[in-house]
Ligand binder design. Structure first.
Ligand code: PLP
Length: 389
């Protein structure tokens, strides 16, 4: 029996987030700050485009790469927003979420036992996906002292002859960190010097607050030919359930990704692709994005101020929709804090170590949650910290 499952798959533990999610779902009166998804329904103009497509009977496969008009819209938007151009014919692939794009990128570039540098805390899937693709993740802890940005020196020190790629994610899940240009330039220099590839997961690109502006990693000198951009619709357009994302990158790597996609997936969902064209091209969708960003920003400030006033010192998240407060004042580990908070106050948060190295002492809270729920959660946490602090 024991050899029925691949050792590689069996070695990967299930996601730590799911456990909280499942238990919280069974409790009454729970406020969940644990799930990483927008609380908005997909903007109506996007939904209508999907419905209209179904009404027209567009229920077949699309081209493997994705509907040409969608690819054109993706590259046009990327060029307009971030100044980097891609060829919609061979440098853009439409995928089943950013998740598939990430998996394809790793599968396309890794040989057995190639190492991938993974700054952490990070999205729960990264280490697992590197292992599934036959590689070896090399986690590096980012710290609050460097604003949860990975540094060139850390990367340089971790590079071995087996290092193939660096997996970046800014704006970051779970810390909300963004990478500033000077740091990016230093990282780009290391990447060039050691001939690495970069997978840059920019799925939260539109969710940047204050005077910050997203910089795509491929816009740095010399990086376009070394970078695979992972993008998507789940977060920016509140489309998690539609399962749509994309990859942008050099033609040779995109061709290899397309090959895996062709044999395993065929094409991303047709309805979702048609809806996504509206997401990228209809001015009403753009207005909706801006309204959602403004709303997240209000809730970001509310949660941040509340946490700091309770004594849970929170790093200021500049992107995505997560806060990552330091909970060490409670004298508990992250796991103890999260479980006790759930049991005693019915507030669900995710322990930092679920996101890898550097997560102990922190918990993740998602503020894509109704404002009154955030206020109530803060009240409950205030009581909790008073009792245990
Ligand atoms: N990348 C990051 C950093 C994420 O946080 C997520 C979802 O939580 C994904 C990728 C996957 O998104 P999707 O597959 O829905 O596009």
């Amino acid at each position: 029996m024991s050899d029925r499952i691949s050792r590689r798959i069996a070695a990967v533990p299930p996601s730590g987030i799911r456990k909280f999610f499942d238990i919280a779902a069974t409790m009454p009166d729970v406020i969940s700050l644990s799930i990483g998804e927008p609380d908005f329904v997909t903007p109506v103009v996007i939904r209508e485009a999907g419905i209209a497509s179904l009404r027209r009977g567009e229920t077949r496969y699309t081209s493997n790469s994705g509907i040409r008009e969608l690819r054109q819209a993706v590259v046009a938007k990327w060029a307009q927003l971030y100044g980097v151009s891609y060829d919609p014919e061979n440098e853009c692939l439409i995928t089943v979420g950013g998740s598939e794009a990430l998996y394809l990128a790793l599968t396309a570039i890794l040989n057995p036992d190639d190492e991938v540098i993974v700054p952490e805390p990070c999205f729960v899937s990264y280490e697992a996906e590197v292992i599934f693709a036959g590689g070896i993740p090399v986690p590096l802890a980012t710290r609050v002292e460097t604003d949860f940005q990975i540094t060139a020196a850390q990367i340089e020190a971790a590079i071995t002859p087996a290092t193939k790629a660096l997996l970046l994610n800014y704006p970051n899940n779970p810390t909300g960190a963004v990478l500033d240009r000077p740091r990016m330039e230093e990282i780009a220099a290391v990447v060039s010097r050691h001939n690495l590839l970069v997978i840059s997961d920019e799925i939260y690109d539109r969710l940047v607050y204050g005077d910050g502006r997203h910089i795509t990693f491929s816009s740095l000198p010399g990086m376009r030919d070394r970078t695979i951009i992972i993008g998507g619709f789940s977060k920016d357009y509140a489309m998690t359930g539609w399962r749509l994302g994309f990859a942008l990158g050099p033609a040779d790597i995109l061709a290899a990704m397309r090959k895996v996609h062709q044999y395993t997936i065929m094409s991303a969902p047709t309805t979702a692709q048609v809806a996504a064209i509206a997401a990228l091209t209809d001015p009403a969708a753009e207005e909706a994005v801006q309204a959602m960003v403004a709303s997240y920003d209000r809730r970001r400030k509310l949660l941040l101020e509340g946490l700091n006033s309770i004594g849970l010192a929170a790093f200021e998240p500049r992107g995505a929709f997560y806060a990552f407060p330091d909970i060490r004042i409670s004298g508990m580990t992250s796991d103890q804090f999260a479980w006790k908070l759930l049991e005693e106050e019915h507030v669900a948060v995710v322990p930092g170590p679920a996101f890898g190295l550097g997560g102990e002492g922190y918990v993740r809270m998602c503020y894509a949650t109704a404002q009154d729920q955030i206020e109530e959660a803060l009240e409950r946490m205030r009581r909790f910290v008073r009792r245990h602090g």
